[in-house]
Design a protein around this ligand. Sequence first.
Ligand code: FPP
Length: 249
Amino acid sequence: MIVKQTTLQQLPADLDSARLPKHVAVIMDGNGRWAKRQGLPRIMGHRRGVDSLKDLLRCCKDWGICALTAYAFSSENWGRPLDEVNFLMTLFERVLRQELQEMMAENVKIRFVGNLQALPESLQAEISRSMTETRNNQGIEFTVATNYGARQEIVHACRAIAEKVQQGLITPEQIDESMFARHLYTAEQADPDLLIRTSGEMRLSNFLLWQVAYAELYVTNTLWPDFNRQEFHQALLAYQKRDRRFGKV
Ligand code: FPP
């Protein structure tokens, strides 16, 4: 496993370990722009993006963060040039195959969320193998949103609940927030406390719309392939300065 950052392996002294986010979500944006700035094809940005993601996962583990969710491919990303889409699908598959042993050694529990049935079959097979093999791991929970769209996820949950009502299994009055959340792809997972977006865009881009209701948002101008432990450190410092009131005073 290539690790770009060897410094900052311990939690930096200016961070309070008791007030770290339990769950961090990340919108990894700016791979294409990074590549363009280096005079490289866009796909090189995605390749470097994988290194940033691996380092962030390791950093979360080193610093005691329990869960990381990354937006790898949105339902809208199919609209990209076919070559790029094919490259990404092959990249996901290859990375999964290459990293499974390491994830087992590091006790990572990986899961994928999104409309996985629409992915190439060979990728679906790797996804299912990695989820099955790591399912009993007790370390960091690593969720990869692939062919994911929050609106689609919400509609999917509504349909599942409507079917249960139609079958007489539940009544409309029994539907509440916690039941609804249990029908999302992220059922049984705690909501993210911190959502990081790189490349300066101030958008959620159809990512975890339900789950980030009370997440703290942190946007950095850094492009995803340049996102490193120092950047993550800054994001956590900003998070620890926030006063999380959850609508109370
Ligand atoms: C956004 O940058 C990035 C993506 C759509 C792909 C992100 C995927 C990875 C980093 C690989 C992750 C791998 C695994 C196995 C989970 P962009 O292309 O939209 O950049 P731009 O806005 O500068 O064009």
